[in-house]
Write a protein that binds this ligand. Structure first.
Ligand SMILES: [Zn+2]
Length: 426
């Protein structure tokens, strides 16, 4: 598609901005162990926040994968649970009975399609629009709705959305966080609006990729869970306040907009509806590669023609031009890139060996996402020099060192040592 996007200059109070200085609200960086360690089975490292290794040096996500594929989970029983749940919610008159938060990528496409075709449900797909749609992302959206799906897309105020992304890029080292607030809140809002007490997500990321295992044997989250995880801590309102303090959000913008798209709806309303949010990955073994084949066959999903910058894949998270900068900033902060993350999943699913994973990570992790860099800079209204200055604030001394005035990681994943090796070139 030939598009002519016009990005207005972001009006910023320069005096306030200069006075504010460099604040870092990315608290995860304070908790990273200084001694880098890699998993014995996959290529993940202990620099991924909340990652834990057991006494044999294996990460929790790998241990979960063993259970998942080797008989540790009774999938028949879970299938039965799924049928029971859906029987309870299925509408008789064709009205929507389940909300599927969906980018219309391969994973959410599979969930929506199975709910409808296999289980006779009536899904409404809820899409929080990407910052800037890629051609392939929009095409996949279009083709899926034309296979028989209803969908709603939320487009927040684009000018303010850019400002919020700029704030989180500077304060948290992640331009994507503004997107994430809306992505999480929007399905909740639709559930209340249309009185649909069931939301179905794809995978439980914490369980599949490492993090908290308290929900390992849980099919869903309830309002009580959200009270702890979603309604407390440095959330959207902190970002908004700091955005104002740093002169990026003006007083008028602060007071004359409701920002409701970014906030969770009132807890008492969610409780009244008895809203539940389930994970497909609790009921079925989650294999992203299989999801790709399924979505290609059933929903018209197509991958990119070329591999994505910074990795070896063509079909993961391909709908947003700005998405690669989320992964690149994770690489700066934690020392591992997008190829590592995707290879970990492929190793756990048995598609590639650890050695192949190491080779892919060494080859692609450090590759700069050049393809949409111009759009990224325009979107945030910053120069390349400013971009470099901000990202350098997020490099930890145990992850990065300067050599001949060039940044180089201290350790990268290796076949010979679980403590990694020094990279030759970056
Ligand atoms: Zn592992």
């Amino acid at each position: 598609m030939e598009m002519n996007y016009k990005f207005l200059k972001l009006e910023i109070d320069e005096d306030k901005y200069k006075k504010y200085g460099n604040k870092n609200l990315e608290l995860q960086l304070l908790e990273l162990p200084e001694k880098i360690q890699f998993c014995k089975k996959c290529i993940g490292s202990n620099q991924r926040p909340r990652t834990e290794f057991d006494s044999e040096g294996v990460c929790a996500a790998c241990r979960y994968a063993e259970k998942k594929f080797n008989g540790g989970i009774d999938w028949k029983k879970r299938e039965h649970e799924l049928e029971e749940l859906l029987d309870k919610h299925r509408s008789k008159d064709g009205s929507w009975d389940v909300i599927v938060p969906s980018s219309h990528g391969k994973d959410s496409a599979l969930v929506s399609h199975q709910l409808k075709a296999k289980y006779g449900m009536h899904p409404l797909t809820a899409t929080w629009a990407p910052y800037i749609y890629t051609d392939i992302g929009f095409q996949n959206y279009f083709n899926m709705t034309h296979r028989g799906f209803d969908g709603l897309v939320a487009w927040p105020n684009g000018y303010l959305h850019r400002k919020l992304s700029r704030v989180v890029f500077e304060l948290k080292g992640d331009p994507f966080e503004a997107f994430v607030y809306g992505q999480k809140a929007y399905p909740f809002q639709l559930a209340l609006k249309f009185n649909i007490p069931l939301i179905f997500y794809g995978e439980n990321g914490e369980v599949e990729y490492g993090g908290s295992y308290k929900n390992e044997n849980k099919s869903h989250e309830t309002p009580e869970d959200w009270e702890k995880s979603y309604y407390k801590g440095a959330g959207f309102d902190t970002v908004l306040k700091e955005g104002f303090n740093m002169g990026i959000i003006s007083e008028e913008e602060l007071n004359d907009n409701n920002f409701d798209f970014y906030r969770a709806p009132p807890m008492n309303e969610i409780k009244k509806l008895n809203l539940q949010m389930h994970w497909w990955s609790y009921y079925k073994p989650w294999v992203p590669q299989e999801n790709f084949y399924y979505a290609s066959k059933n929903t018209g999903f197509e991958p990119r023609h070329e591999r994505t910058d910074g990795t070896y894949t063509k079909s993961f998270s391909i709908d947003d031009m700005l998405d690669p900068y989320h992964w690149y900033l994770a690489y700066i902060k934690f020392g591992y890139g997008r190829a590592t993350r995707e290879a970990c999943s492929d190793i756990r699913c048995g598609h590639i060996s650890r050695e192949e994973g190491v080779a892919l990570a060494q080859r692609y992790d450090h590759e700069f996402p050049q393809t949409y860099f111009k759009e990224f800079l325009e979107y945030l209204d910053i120069t390349e020099e400013h971009f470099r200055k901000v990202i350098d604030r997020y490099r930890l001394p145990h992850v990065w060192q300067k050599e001949n005035s060039k940044w180089k990681r201290t350790k990268i994943v290796s076949n010979s040592s679980l403590e990694g090796e020094t990279p030759k070139v970056e």
